[in-house]
Design a protein around this ligand. Structure first.
Ligand SMILES: [Zn+2]
Length: 590
């Protein structure tokens, strides 16, 4: 069957586009159109169909009207009346510029097929074309193969490829770099933005080169980074030969913010290897209507995160000190998560469908992100391999072997294949490591793994100007502002507030009968250092309550990795192989 989509951004002020699907080669009395409920790379059921309206169908070319019925939340059934060729028209509302989106404004359209182009049930492998009836001065950027110019028409060999190839149309600024001779486009959309084009080209080029060096080869003919500059939080979604990223438009300065920016394209670019081509076998073929369960997402996301920072170090975009500082920041975030040992990496991969994308008040107490823990466990695994192989092997050898056996061949990774592959790649027995930190929930011993690289991990020394500042007592709650008051969002397990029964939703109105506001809370707590008995007054479900509590000690504000004086030769070798610089003695700035 041939499936031909037409897209007309006719009502941009209403953010509504008109779509049609023409089907040729029908032989059944009914045909179902189905919209995905999730997209690969974003493992949560999202119900994209809410903006669909105005369905109609007719025969082609006669134009005889046909019945269309909504039979499920994202399934529309068309009675063909025996016709071999039919056309279905509908409209879609799209006004949400996130990483997977259908977004339509006056001068821009971003289209992820899963949100606006339903597939024909049973025909996921049929070839499709998409014709864009857009204003003549609009530019189209997509990795789909272009097969027509006026109006622009694109082709995908099947629906999976269509979903994995977003289309951007409007007036993007397109920069092109050619690391290793392979064209990489950076398509910038959105108003404003404090980026510097030359720096962007240079640094994206470095990211690409470092990624290819890590794996050893590139499978690409070309690639596109879609950068949408807006006022939203950063986010990215990987595709087969592109990545769509959303950034707060002024993320490009100052330097620290720019480094945070770089970590996203580095992560998404590594996905072209890890998850897009080295992929869990059970995900395929895709079922766009239901959850697909794999225990490997921690490797697909967490390891990709770790490798992205290692890549930035390799590319010279992070100094060794910046790299170690970034690592210490991730350790801090992890150690501050009370639920870090209540769930294994494999289990968090499975339950991501109800966990990672739908965090709620109790999440920090019962869960930990497989990005966060997966990143740190991957770092420790890397150090473990480097140490035990006497710096002859590393996690990159695991990546390379996965690439050769799975990425290059298209053979999916079995659920239990990671450990044996890692052992074959490195010659190191890693069974106990996986048992403890991947399948199990043992506390990760960062200090021991840091020592493998001649580094000590500990609380970061305070700067002289910080030393005299009073250390406020700790309530151990995450608060948010609510009508000027501090409202408890989460009461962190094991901390002072939790022990005293402070509960999500409590609005803290006074400490020792003195009024506190959200803005004043921190300052007020300076008067009650750790160990001070206090009485909190809170509104709990609208009723005034008194909560006696003893203030706690805050966890360290920051951690640091510092070189160990007299580190053994092997540790120095591991440090050098890991960071790619000569061992720097403790007096130096590591
Ligand atoms: Zn990712």
């Amino acid at each position: 069957m041939e499936v031909r989509y037409r897209v007309r951004p006719t009502d941009p002020l209403e953010h509504r586009g008109r779509f049609s699907v023409e089907l040729e080669g029908l032989s059944t009395s009914t045909v179902d159109l189905v919209l995905p409920s999730w997209v690969p790379g974003s493992y949560v059921i999202r119900n994209y169909s809410r903006g669909f309206r105005d369905f109609s169908a007719r025969t082609v070319p006669e134009g005889k009207p046909l019945p269309v019925e909504t039979v499920e939340k994202a399934r529309w059934r068309v009675g063909t009346g025996g016709a071999a060729r039919v056309r279905i028209d509908y409209t879609v509302y799209g006004h949400n510029l996130i990483t997977e989106a259908f977004d339509l404004t006056e001068d821009h359209m971003f289209l992820n097929a899963a949100l606006c182009l339903p597939y024909v049930d049973g025909e996921l492998s049929s070839p499709v074309t998409v014709t864009l009836e857009i204003p003549p001065d609009w530019t189209v950027v997509t990795e789909l193969e272009q097969v027509g110019a006026q109006p622009p028409q694109f082709r995908a060999t099947n629906y999976d490829e269509l979903v994995d190839s977003p289309i951007d149309a409007g007036h993007p600024i397109v920069l092109t770099v050619r690391p290793g001779g392979i064209p990489h486009r950076i398509s910038l959309c959105g108003k404003g933005g404090n980026y510097e084009a030359r720096a962007l080209e240079r640094d994206i080029g470095r990211i690409v080169e470092a990624a290819v060096a890590m794996v050893g080869e590139s499978p690409l003919q070309r690639y596109t980074f879609f950068f949408h500059l807006t006022d939203a939080r950063d986010g990215g979604l990987e595709h087969l030969s592109s990545a769509s990223c959303v950034f707060e438009r002024n993320i490009f300065r100052p330097d620290e913010s720019y480094r945070r920016f770089l970590s996203l394209p580095a992560h998404e670019y590594l996905h072209l290897y890890n998850v897009k081509r080295i992929r869990p076998k059970v995900l395929w073929p895709f079922d766009y209507t239901h959850e697909r369960y794999t225990r490997l997402l921690w490797w697909m996301e967490g390891t990709t995160d770790y490798l992205a920072y290692l890549l930035l170090r390799r590319a010279g975009l992070l100094t060794p000190a910046q790299f170690l500082d970034q690592r210490a920041g991730v350790v801090k975030q992890y150690l501050d998560t009370p639920g870090r040992n209540r769930i294994s990496l494999e289990e968090s991969s499975i339950i991501t469908w109800v966990d990672h994308y739908q965090l709620f008040e109790e999440s920090p107490n019962q869960s930990v992100s497989y990005y966060l823990k997966g990143d740190l466990v991957s770092m420790c695994l890397d150090l473990e391999i480097r140490h035990r192989s006497e710096a002859r092997a590393s996690l990159l050898d695991v990546l390379k072997l996965l690439w050769r056996e799975h990425g290059r061949t298209g053979v999916g990774v079995e659920e239990d294949e990671l450990l044996p592959t890692a052992e074959r790649a490195t010659g190191v027995d890693l069974g106990s490591f996986f048992e403890r930190y991947v399948r199990g929930t043992e506390e990760v011993d960062f200090a021991a793994h840091a020592r493998y690289a001649g580094l000590a991990l500990g609380p970061k020394a305070k700067r002289p100007d910080e030393r005299d500042r009073p250390e406020p007592g700790d309530l151990g709650v995450v608060v948010e502002e609510a009508d000027g008051l501090a409202r408890v969002r989460t009461s962190l397990a094991g901390r002072a507030g939790f022990a005293a029964g402070l509960t999500p939703g409590d609005e803290i109105v006074a400490i020792n009968r003195e009024k506190v506001t959200y803005a004043k809370l921190e300052k007020t707590l300076e008067g009650y250092p750790a160990g001070t008995p206090v009485e909190l007054t809170v509104f709990r479900r609208g009723f005034l309550e008194r909560v006696p509590l003893v203030t706690g000690t805050r966890p360290p504000a920051a951690y640091a990795f510092t070189p160990i004086d007299g580190a053994p030769e092997l540790a120095r070798k591991v440090y050098e192989s890991w960071l790619g610089v000569p061992w720097s003695p403790p007096s130096g700035s590591a």
